[in-house]
Structure formats: structure tokens, C-alpha cells
Design a protein around this ligand. Structure first.
Ligand code: SF4
Length: 178
């Protein structure tokens, strides 16, 4: 079974206060209306993300990143867990952006035990993403259990847009891989 990704990129907004290498895994079956990432729907798209390939990416960015974020991939728990374990062995934090509607109790516990951060909730045009105050999506720090949505909301007193103390990352995420 394919575990493919499109070319990884370094991102600054998806995980608060972390510099993350982002792997978007293809094969998403949720089919959210208004999805901005339809190239992720087909599992044959992208390149094979074997463990060896993943390690090469981490070595390439060693010292430059603090976290690895996966957009999807939970539909292949074993392949994803292996990558999360490898990332941890490199001393990196881990995050999963899932389009599953419910919170983390519905995500495979075998996966969540290897995560620092988890975003849940499908993309809904009418509700918006994490930057929206009425979104259905939830971003949570799994080490503390704290919901961190407020860090993504523009004009909030608690985010980096208007708080210079926290401006080392600019936050606010659309429906990238929901
Ligand atoms: S928004 Fe995300 S979860 Fe929804 S269909 Fe697109 S890639 Fe899948």
C-alpha cells in the first residue's frame, strides 16, 4: 500500500513556536467540500516516503527544524507510527493534521502516543480553519492537553500578530490538508 508524499517543505505557521518540516501524505479519502489540496486525494500522487527516504530528509534538515508535521497519513497507522518514532529519535517534536472530525480520542492511540500536537476536524468552508473563532477544528498540545486554537486567531490578545513577545512564528492556517 502506498505511503506517498508531495515534496516536503519547511513551514512556520502550522505548529506554534516550532519550525517544522511538513510531509503531506497522499491518499486522503475525506473529500472535504472546498478542499484546497485535492492533489492529496490520490494515493499514487507524490513520491514514496519510505523510512529510508524519511531519514534522509531529516538528516538534510538536521539543526534547522524542531518539529515534523504530517498532513494526513493516519489511514496508514503503521507507516505513520514508524515515521513518528524516527522523528523522535532525531529529537524532534511531532504533529499530525488530521481531517477526522472528532478530537484525539477518535484518533488511533497507537499514533497519538507518539505525537506532541494534534489538529483534528475536517475543512468546512462555512466555519473556516484554525484562524477562525467558530471553526470546527481543534489544535491541541497533547503533552499538556491544552487547546491552542487561540494562537491561530488573528487579532487575539494571545497570538503573535499583536504580541511582539510571541512573534517568532506567524500563525494562522487555512485548510492545508485540513
Ligand atoms: S481538506 Fe484535508 S482532510 Fe479534507 S479532503 Fe482536503 S486534504 Fe483531505
Amino acid at each position: 500500500m502506498d505511503f506517498n508524499c508531495i515534496t516536503p517543505s519547511v513551514v512556520f505557521q502550522e505548529v506554534p513556536d516550532e519550525i517544522s518540516l511538513c510531509f503531506s501524505i497522499t491518499g486522503c479519502k475525506l473529500g472535504c467540500k472546498g478542499c484546497h489540496s485535492t492533489e492529496l486525494w490520490h494515493s499514487k500522487n507524490g513520491m514514496a516516503l519510505t523510512n529510508q527516504a524519511f531519514i534522509l530528509w531529516l538528516k538534510k534538515y538536521k539543526g534547522l527544524i524542531s518539529c515534523v508535521v504530517f498532513f494526513g497519513g493516519e489511514w496508514q497507522a503503521n507507516a505513520l507510527i514508524e515515521k513518528l518514532q524516527i522523528a523522535k529519535s532525531f529529537g524532534l517534536k511531532t504533529c499530525l493534521y488530521s481531517g477526522e472530525e472528532a478530537e484525539e480520542k477518535y484518533i488511533d492511540l497507537r499514533i497519538t502516543q507518539h505525537l506532541n500536537f494534534l489538529k483534528t476536524g475536517a475543512w468546512r468552508d462555512e466555519l473556516g480553519g484554525l484562524e477562525s473563532t467558530h471553526t470546527n477544528q481543534v489544535f491541541r498540545d497533547l503533552t499538556t492537553g491544552e487547546k491552542l486554537n487561540h494562537l491561530f486567531v488573528k487579532n487575539s490578545d494571545n497570538n503573535s500578530y499583536n504580541n511582539p513577545q510571541k512573534n517568532n512564528s506567524l500563525l494562522g492556517v487555512g485548510n492545508v490538508a485540513a
